[in-house]
Design a protein around this ligand. Sequence first.
Ligand code: FES
Length: 122
Amino acid sequence: MDEFTWVPLCQGAALQEAGVAVDFDVIYKGQTVRAFAIRFEGEVHAYVNRCAHIPMEMDARENHFFDPTRQWLMCATHGALYEPSTGRCASGPCRGGLIKIAIHEDERQVFWQTAYNLIPVA
Ligand code: FES
């Protein structure tokens, strides 16, 4: 497979502003892990679902990542907050940030981009 393939993810309408995420599986560094896409300030962003504090999934309620203010992505375990548009750690015990996945959205469809260490599950 080409290293940089665009993989269809979902229709754009499936992602509401600061709403419920759409999850998908990827193989990251050889391991199958969950990833998720959200919409924030109109743009779609996607990340590997792995906290930068302890490498565990962040959503206690499936696909709910926004904090009550809908301004931050929150890890449910210890409350780390991340910037939705960059994945950068903003507050809490996280160091660094989330692993970002490149996204493209056309008029109807959202795609994610593979990378050398990030491929679709067969
Ligand atoms: S595991 Fe996410 S804040 Fe601790």
